[in-house]
Write a protein that binds this ligand. Structure first.
Ligand SMILES: Nc1ncnc2c1ncn2[C@@H]1O[C@H](COP(=O)(O)OP(=O)(O)OP(=O)(O)O)[C@@H](O)[C@H]1O
Length: 487
């Protein structure tokens, strides 16, 4: 146990005695933290923590960097306070300061002279949740490498990406002094649909026009920011960031950590307020980036958000043709007939990356085995990339929801026992569609419709089957609902 806080804080003690006492008080807390969070987390976050003093019910901790201070404050301060309360009943609060500031606190007028703990730089590997190379020079703001193949020349526009393409082109073609229109431009899409390609194409074009561009993956932003914090050059990092014309951030969904997100938010605000262009890509729209700070999300949503849709068959064929021509420039005997391109475009549907894979596969078969490329050969070579077109599985819940919406009643009405005509018809239609579009049995459907008997479902199915024979409007409605459910 430490001496009572009052004795400890008001009695002059030597440096040695103070640090012995603080060490002794910190040791059990450190032990508990190590036990609870494990060695890795402990080394990452708590190894550089020192207890400076206990004073008036407050445990004053010091850490070597501001980042650590914010991190521990946000994630662990409460737990540390609770552990102190167990070991030192007089301590109710924890205060964390950055070590250099702690040193200043030991002013000559104070009774207690607490020697600041040695400024120990935490291990490079351990302070951040991502790898940090000690060789990084935080004074140089270097973007993530741009792939020279990902330009507007190789990006193909189609229905699914027309808007995003037009917006990116407009940014690329802007001249100095032109008003910034879409800011920030947020592009979202699921994997392999061309986000990085479009972003890099814009970065290339803007760079070629002599403007200053920084293309960073969100991970690189975190990496550089934390490196700058560690080297205490965060200010110049921010200044450099803010001195560019276009900031491009890719894969924003990976931007983690409150401090990093806040810092990115500040940078974003400063750039937007300064009229500099920002483009961001993520795998989902800003509103759905759950791990991202609320204010940052809303600032992003305040710009222009556009989606890159799934590549349609026409666009897939165009991409394949361009890729094949590029391969042909190197391998002159690589010849892919039109019917094979059409076959691959129809069957390899997932994303652009699979299209690249398909071309590589055909090229490998062609050059390594000398086999001629035919549809049969492509079928075999691309077996695992080809998506079997399965009929979509329709769920009874979806049928109930869509039918209810169509007839402007609630799903609860459809499931209820109400027998008014405006509810009976939608219920019967929903039961009919459940029988026709799913593999569920009549009793199962009955159960899903508020626990009804299978004869009720049978009655509904028969009734609708009879009605559609003569009621053209109902037939059209059923067709429309079926299309909505199958899309
Ligand atoms: N419209 C397009 N025109 C030409 N190539 C495209 C197009 N869309 C996608 N591609 C190609 O598909 C591949 C995957 O695209 P990209 O890496 O840009 O996808 P992404 O959306 O950034 O994916 P991820 O979210 O996995 O990073 C790349 O080779 C890219 O060149």
């Amino acid at each position: 146990m430490l001496p009572a806080p009052s004795a400890f804080s008001r009695t002059a003690v030597s440096e040695t005695r103070a640090s012995d006492a603080t060490d002794a008080a910190w040791r059990p807390i450190a032990g508990r933290l190590r036990e609870e969070y494990g060695e890795d987390v402990f080394t990452s976050w708590f190894k550089g923590v020192a207890l400076e003093r206990l004073e008036d019910g407050v445990a004053h901790l010091s850490v070597p960097t501001r980042f650590l201070k914010t991190w521990i404050q946000a994630h662990y301060a409460e737990r540390i306070a609770a552990l102190f309360a167990e070991h030192e009943p007089d301590v109710g609060r924890v205060a964390i300061s950055v070590r250099s500031a702690a040193a200043k606190l030991a002013a000559p007028s104070r009774d207690v002279v607490v020697a600041p703990a040695p400024v120990e730089q935490p291990e490079t590997r351990s302070v951040t949740p991502f790898p940090l190379s000690p060789r990084v020079d935080p004074n140089r703001l270097q973007g993530s490498p741009l792939d020279r193949r990902l330009t507007f020349e190789t990006f193909l526009a189609g229905r699914s990406n027309a808007l995003a393409y037009a917006a990116a082109r407009q940014i690329a073609d802007a001249r100095p002094g032109d008003a910034v229109q879409f800011n920030p431009l947020v592009i979202h899409a699921s994997v392999g649909l061309g986000k990085s390609h479009l972003l890099q194409a814009t970065a290339h074009a803007v760079e070629a026009s002599g403007r200053r561009v920084l293309y960073l993956t969100a991970e690189k932003f975190m990496f550089d920011f934390v490196a700058a914090l560690k080297a205490q050059t965060a200010l110049s990092f921010k200044e450099k960031l803010r001195a560019i014309d276009l900031l491009v951030i890719d894969d924003l969904q990976f931007l983690q950590g409150k401090t990093v997100q806040q810092e990115f938010g500040h940078t974003l605000n400063a750039l937007l307020d300064g009229g500099q262009q920002v483009i961001v890509a993520a795998d989902r729209p800003p509103a759905e980036l759950e791990g991202v700070d609320e204010r940052l999300r809303s600032r992003l949503a305040g710009g222009l958000t556009l989606e890159l849709g799934a590549l349609d068959e026409e666009l897939r064929a165009k991409i394949l043709s361009v890729r094949i021509s590029a391969a042909k420039a190197v391998h002159s005997r690589f010849d892919v007939p039109e019917d094979v391109i059409a076959y691959v475009a129809r069957t390899v549907t997932a994303n652009g990356r699979d299209l690249d894979g398909a071309v590589n596969r055909l090229l490998a078969h062609n050059t390594l085995t000398g086999s001629t490329i035919t549809v049969e050969m492509a079928e075999t070579a691309l077996r695992d990339l080809i998506r079997q077109v399965e009929p979509k599985r329709v769920k009874i819940e979806d049928i109930q929801r869509i039918v209810a919406k169509h007839y402007q009643v609630s799903r609860a009405d459809v499931l209820s026992s109400r027998r008014t005509q405006n509810v009976v018809r939608p219920r019967q239609v929903a039961m009919y569609l459940s029988k026709v579009l799913t593999l569920r049995s009549l009793p199962e459907i009955g159960r899903r419709f508020g626990g009804r008997d299978h004869t009720t479902v049978l009655h509904a199915v028969r009734k609708i089957t009879e009605l559609v024979k003569t009621d053209g409007a109902l037939k059209d409605e059923l067709e429309l609902l079926t299309r909505m459910l199958m899309e």
